[in-house]
Design a protein around this ligand. Structure first.
Ligand code: SF4
Length: 366
């Protein structure tokens, strides 16, 4: 039995209210709730990290159509996985998903383990995801603490400080573990996530419809939105890059595969010329082409969690071309009118779509 420094009646009353609310208002028809299969539970939990339910549903269903079981996913090329993930963001999740499937296949004979420490040893599975898998797939008494649960708990117990800091996180884990009931654990965990996403929302909590209103400290203070407290402010650095648009004789665009780690790891992107380099010299050295003209397209900003990236796409006219540049490997000519299935970062996919639309309208004018 977990311990928490709250009166026993409050602990029991908390779970009872949450479960009663779940029976009347909780979500019970989400696609991943129709099975206790650990593969499906795990897949949905990874997709739901940092992403809303409505966005995840079509990705989850498409993923399962292509990879109905773990073996198929483990044996698939990473590029196919990244392609299916394109647009969902946070691509480290997709790479970890693939690595995790391989590890389960190789180290656990294709079956997810049901122990916390074994689950946490797998790529992409942290303490909360392991708790979710244990409770949803294996029916165990295990707590979780995703963003929604953190919000409900910080408000209900007026927990001060930023939940990303270790002392606050420890306090929240001890609350979550102490309040999670040994019976109907899966329903309770689902209820807490639903409460966070449907009632105790980030900017407009509907306290009048919340089963915890009477005991909620933040509601009593009249300022639920003051919790959870934000991360201490830090100015986000801005990085700038030029992305080079080079076409072959047929109008196809050169893409390069990025290194496996770092931002957009293993995805396909436009070649990048650092701002500090002379464009024509860089193109000659890296792409083997002599630039005879350029056209700069409108810059656009893509924001990551820890920096902004300002992208300036530059179309090249070149003395063309040195086919040997393709010998470098990790490069493809991307056909704008019938694109292949490849993992593309969102801003690159957007640039390629714009180029394809321009191609089309030029063709119509001609
Ligand atoms: S009473 Fe309001 S602030 Fe408190 S947990 Fe419920 S919805 Fe959130």
């Amino acid at each position: 039995m977990f311990q928490v420094s709250l009166p026993k009646e409050e602990v029991e009353g908390f779970a009872r209210k949450v479960l009663n609310w779940f029976d009347r208002h909780g979500r019970k028809d989400l696609p991943w709730q129709q099975s206790r299969d650990a593969y499906r539970v795990w897949l949905s939990e990874i997709m739901l990290q940092q992403t809303q339910v409505a966005t995840v549903i079509p990705y989850y269903e498409r993923f399962l159509r292509v990879f109905p079981d773990l073996k198929g996913l483990a044996e698939a090329p990473l590029d196919e996985v990244l392609h299916l993930w394109s647009g969902l963001g946070y691509y480290a999740r997709a790479r970890n998903l693939h690595r995790c499937a391989i590890a389960v296949q190789q180290d656990f004979a294709g079956l997810f383990p049901d122990e916390q420490s074994q689950l946490e040893s797998l790529p992409g599975i942290g303490r909360s995801t392991a708790g979710a898998i244990r409770s949803f797939a294996f029916g165990q008494h295990a707590a979780l603490l995703d963003g929604n649960v953190k919000r409900v708990l910080t408000r209900c117990f007026a927990v001060e400080g930023w939940p990303g800091s270790t002392p606050v996180l420890n306090r929240l884990w001890s609350l979550s573990e102490g309040l999670t009931p040994p019976r109907r654990t899966a329903a309770y965990n689902q209820a807490m996530m639903d409460l966070g996403s449907l009632v105790c929302t980030r900017s407009r909590p509907v306290c009048s419809q919340c089963p915890l209103e009477k005991q909620c400290r933040a509601a009593a203070q009249g300022n639920p939105q003051a919790y959870p407290q934000p991360k201490p402010k830090r100015v986000m650095p801005v990085r700038a890059t030029r992305m080079v648009i080079l076409r072959d004789g047929g109008g196809n665009v050169l893409l390069e595969q990025r290194p496996p780690s770092g931002i957009w790891g293993s995805l396909w992107s436009l070649p990048e010329c650092p701002e500090s380099e002379e464009l024509s010299v860089w193109c000659l050295q890296h792409l083997g082409v002599k630039v005879i003209g350029t056209q700069t397209l409108p810059a656009r900003r893509h924001s990551f969690t820890h920096f902004h990236l300002d992208i300036t796409p530059v179309q090249l006219r070149v003395k063309y071309p040195n086919q040997r540049l393709m010998d470098a490997g990790g490069r493809v000519w991307y056909n704008l009118s019938s694109p292949e299935n490849m993992g593309l970062p969102t801003p690159i996919a957007r640039i390629l779509r714009e180029l394809a639309i321009n191609n089309e309208s030029n063709r119509e004018i001609a």
